[in-house]
Design a protein around this ligand. Structure first.
Ligand code: AMP
Ligand code: MG
Length: 490
């Protein structure tokens, strides 16, 4: 990239780009230039995120913002690279890498955190294989919307700073408008990055890379006797917490390949993800997941599978004794299983307003899930109904199946000495009144693609406060996702 593309009149913006990843061994990345967009035009911009990053664009024209976040102008200090990684896709190991994403720097924020800044959809890289490296306006907007919803829900996630139309055509099953999404993350280091480093480089590089990850994400592990084991256990705990959050709100990631699992524990790679409306553990929306590998209820098991892959990648540096290393991995993974079995019922108990359950109360959870599954009740709305709210589809709840359950719950609450007030407070924190339902997302995307962002803006605003229980609107609560399908990399 020539110097003339660097904008020098930007000191007031607050760019503070580091590039620690580009100091790692060369095998881990390739330097790359973004494609120059034809006519960058800003569609969405996340002001709150920009502020947290310490970036101020108030003195900058919209055109310049669009230029920065489409790859037309390189922010000062940028070193654009594509990261190398591998991964297990639907169980099969393969070499991957950033085929349509470019890391252009790590912003050192005012609170001292390094945050990756990535253009997604800014053209081909050495890892693009047969792909064009581009993104469609629709897919980039979808990621902007759903990642913002996840942030609002209080769930660790990569975030989206901007969506900028490029003026280019993108060819998929039909012709789309092209767009670049600027994504931020604690880092883009994946389980698949470890698989790449472990299987395609040497042990010294693996150790160096692991040290980098520990310093960046889990510095408290540095003091531990076996810092690699400590790191592994922390990654496992973060994933467990994340998957519990997903399941609390009915989120289905859709493509939990090992390259789509972040070491820092953030939700990453919003491709075929979607929120479940009608409850069934078998719910799958992704058009390519015919076996249901990544179904709603299978996510904890797949998390375990992926973390086992991480264990295998770390094996050479966990211990010089291979048997001992295997033992460490197996113990750590057992903790994950036990952790899920312990924590998931507690999450569900909190969703029904019980913070101090007894073992025997689990029958209450089993009955509720069974009833929801049999009646295909809406997952989000059912918990709101338990809170006493008016929700759509009320006939479903005026049945003995549900009303008997409500009476049983009341008895349990009394037995446990839980007040109505305490249970309501807990449920308000656990149960969102709005999620980005599939039909809402589709309506927003149709608008944006047709040139009208108004519904998308309204939805984005409302999704900022999903726990505002004084604003329950039927408009956002209709359950409908029969036959809904999502697609990868559209
Ligand atoms: P994903 O399904 O987004 O996790 O992507 C899997 C792999 O395919 C990654 O290596 C991506 O970089 C690559 N990929 C996805 N879409 C494209 C595209 N349009 N052009 C090039 N590579 C792509
Ligand atoms: Mg991916």
């Amino acid at each position: 990239m020539s110097e003339k593309n660097h904008n020098n009149n930007t000191s007031e913006i607050g760019w503070n780009l580091q590039h620690t990843y580009a100091t790692l061994p060369e095998a881990l990345f390739r330097k790359v230039d973004p494609e120059i967009p034809i006519k960058p035009e800003i569609v969405f911009f996340n002001n709150h995120l920009s502020e947290r990053l310490g970036l101020k664009f108030s003195e900058v024209s919209e055109q310049e913002i669009a230029d920065f976040f489409s790859g037309k102008i390189l922010p000062p200090g940028s070193v654009p690279i594509a990261q190398a990684y591998a991964g297990h896709q639907f169980g099969h190991f393969t070499m991957l890498g950033d085929g349509r994403a470019i890391l252009f720097g790590e912003q050192l924020t005012p609170d001292g955190t390094l945050i990756d800044l990535v253009w997604k959809g800014s053209g081909r890289t050495p890892f693009s294989r047969s792909g064009d490296g581009l993104g469609t306006l629709s897919a980039m907007t979808r990621e902007f919307l759903i990642s913002k919803a996840m942030f609002g829900l209080g769930i660790p996630t990569t975030e989206s700073l901007a969506v900028v139309k490029t003026g280019k055509k993108v060819y998929r099953e039909k012709i789309h408008e092209g767009a670049v999404l600027t994504r931020t993350a604690l880092s883009h280091i994946r389980v698949g990055t470890f698989e790449f480093v472990s299987y395609y480089t040497d042990k010294a590089t693996l150790m160096k890379f692991t040290d980098y990850c520990i310093q960046r994400h889990y510095p408290e592990s540095l003091g531990d006797q076996n810092s690699v084991l400590s790191f592994y256990k922390k990654v496992i705990q973060k994933q467990l917490d994340l998957i519990l959050h997903w399941m609390r709100v009915g989120f289905i990631h859709g493509v939990m390949n090992t390259d789509n699992m972040s070491i820092a524990g953030e939700t990453i790679d919003y491709g075929p993800c979607a929120f479940m409306n009608e409850y069934s553990p078998d719910t799958v929306f992704s058009s390519i997941d015919s076996q249901g590998r990544y179904a709603f209820g299978n996510q904890p098991r797949i998390g375990h599978w992926n973390l086992a892959c991480l264990g295998s990648a770390l094996l050479p540096i966990l211990s010089d004794n291979e048997e001992e290393a295997k033992e460490m991995i197996s113990e750590a993974l057992n903790e994950y299983i036990k952790g899920f079995e312990r924590e998931w019922p507690l999450v569900l108990f909190k969703k029904i307003g019980i913070s101090n359950p007894e073992e025997k109360n689990k029958i209450l959870l089993d009955r509720l899930l069974k009833w929801m599954n049999e009646t295909r009740a809406d997952y989000t709305n059912t918990f709101l109904k338990i809170m006493g709210y008016d929700v759509p589809d009320h006939e479903k709840y005026d049945t003995p199946g549900f009303q008997d359950w409500i009476r049983e719950r009341k008895i349990v609450l009394e037995e446990l000495g839980i007040t109505q007030e305490a249970s309501m407070q807990l449920m308000q924190k656990m149960n969102p009144v709005i999620i980005p339902r599939n039909h809402l997302v589709e309506k927003a995307l149709d608008g944006v693609v047709g040139g009208d962002v108004s519904f998308a803006q309204e939805l984005l605003q409302r999704l900022d406060y999903p726990y505002r229980h004084d604003d329950v609107d039927f408009k956002f609560m209709e359950s409908d996702d029969r036959d809904y399908k999502t697609y990868c990399g559209t």
